[in-house]
Design a protein around this ligand. Structure first.
Ligand code: XUL
Ligand code: CO
Length: 438
């Protein structure tokens, strides 16, 4: 059964093509910066938005049909899996990501939910082999069900903690069975609404306990993938504990989890935290914690997570610059945690959205590679800090200069006479030169 019968396999046709159902910049087998674009970008399909989200919002019902031709929940889950692999084939996407509840509907009991997951895992495994697709990462939806109204790992109720642990245990088992290259913790409702009812210290300690238990159990059953935390500052709770990359790094270090976890950086979460996407990637990179990316974009005029398909090439270029500078993806990739707008409600829109996002990242990769080969921006930055390579600067960096010595140096100097321009406008214009002569 074909679900997207009006759409064929999307081919690369180049920038001059006006065919909407073609790639204009993503040429999977073209080599950029030493690897094929396919290997550099490691695109993944998000199961939840792509296969499940029906366009509901706070004010209205779904606008997009995601029933896959049946009202029977398990049959719909199976059809959804077939449709997912058809879509990945047609878009030439090698990876996917899912929450447990995206692939199999929750049952009346945990046992029934687990049995449903087992059944779908068998199907997913055979589809992965048949279509040559891989699992970038799995995760557990510990935020949707009403039992998680006060959180999961950070819930005030130990029974909820136990239930979440059981759900995560199963999610890690199926992720392992499917050869997942990663497992994500996104703290759905791990945060608070008011400190008046919250024991923040215990909640954070418990979250760390849950993560430690998960890592130990996962390794014991042979999971070799990476673990990620995905920072987000607010939504659904008013304050999310995994606020941003720096907050997450401090948490990981406090609880001795920093060697086990990397970061999954999401563009829209970065901007909600008041940072640029590039800032969050840079924080991850310079701390050796860069792992994976949830590719999307927010609306700068809205204060919530709109999860739009990324089309802003300036952002994708600076993102791919950080990715290349961190040595490229290892087990991570670019997961489109993005959904077509509620008003873009046809199957064709789904393909057009993915093409837009994949082309925007393909352009980003091409530009980032060009920025690095061009070298002017990197050369400017190293020259800007050159005073730390010799003399007093070198001694500061090496940690051999004392306060007394620095005082003597400053007194002898009289005043600073060597401060030079930061040349921000010139650098921004170099970015434009690079981008628009591509
Ligand atoms: C929510 C979000 C999640 C995670 C996975 O904002 O980004 O979809 O990526 O749970
Ligand atoms: Co995400």
């Amino acid at each position: 059964m074909e679900f997207f019968e009006k759409i064929g396999k999307i081919q690369y046709e180049g920038a001059s093509s006006q065919n909407p159902l073609a790639f204009h910049f993503y040429n999977p087998d073209e080599v950029i910066a030493g690897k094929t674009m396919r290997e550099q970008l490691r695109f993944a399909m998000s199961y939840w938005h792509t296969m499940c989200a029906e366009g509901t919002d706070m004010f209205g019902v779904g606008t997009i049909d995601k029933s896959y031709g049946t009202s029977d929940p398990m049959q719909s889950a199976k059809n959804k899996a077939y449709a997912a692999f058809e879509l990945m084939d047609k878009l030439d996407i090698d990876y996917f990501c899912f929450h447990d509840r995206d692939v199999a509907p929750e049952g009346e009991s945990l046992a029934e939910s687990n049995a449903r997951l087992d059944e779908i895992t068998v199907l997913l495994r055979s589809l992965m082999e048949e279509h040559n697709k891989k699992l970038l990462w799995g995760t557990a939806n510990c935020f949707g069900n009403k039992r998680y109204m006060h959180g999961a790992g950070t819930a005030p109720n130990a029974d909820v903690f136990a239930f979440a642990a059981a759900q995560i245990k199963k999610a890690i088992e199926i992720t392992t069975a499917l050869g997942g290259e990663g497992y994500v913790f996104w703290g759905g409702r791990e945060g608070y609404e008011t400190l008046l009812n919250t024991d923040m210290a215990l909640e954070q300690e418990n979250m760390a306990r849950l993560m430690r238990m998960t890592v130990d159990y996962a390794r014991s059953i042979g999971f070799t993938g990476d673990f990620y935390i995905e920072p987000k500052p607010k939504e659904p709770t008013k304050h999310q504990y995994d606020f941003d990359a720096s907050t997450v790094l401090a948490f990981l270090r406090k609880y001795g989890l920093d060697r086990d976890f990397k970061l999954n950086i999401e563009a829209n979460h970065a901007t909600l935290a008041g940072h640029t996407f590039q800032h969050e990637l840079r924080v991850a990179r310079i701390n050796g914690a860069f792992g994976s990316i949830d590719a999307n974009q927010g609306d700068m005029l809205l204060g919530w997570d709109t999860d739009q398909f990324p089309t802003n090439v300036y952002e994708t270029a600076l993102c791919m610059y950080e990715v290349l500078m961190s040595g490229g993806f290892t087990k991570g990739g670019l997961n489109f945690d993005a959904k077509a707008r509620r008003g873009s409600n046809t199957a064709e829109d789904l393909f057009l959205s993915y093409i837009a996002g994949m082309d925007a990242f393909a352009l980003g990769l091409r530009i980032a590679d060009k920025m690095i080969r061009d070298g002017r921006i990197d050369a400017f930055v190293s020259k800007r800090y050159a005073s730390y390579q010799s003399g007093i600067g070198k001694r500061i960096v090496e940690g051999t200069a004392s306060m007394q010595e620095l005082e003597a140096y400053a007194l002898a100097m009289g005043d600073v006479t060597t401060n030079t321009s930061g040349r921000q406008e010139r650098l921004e214009s170099i970015m434009n030169e690079i981008m628009f002569t591509i």
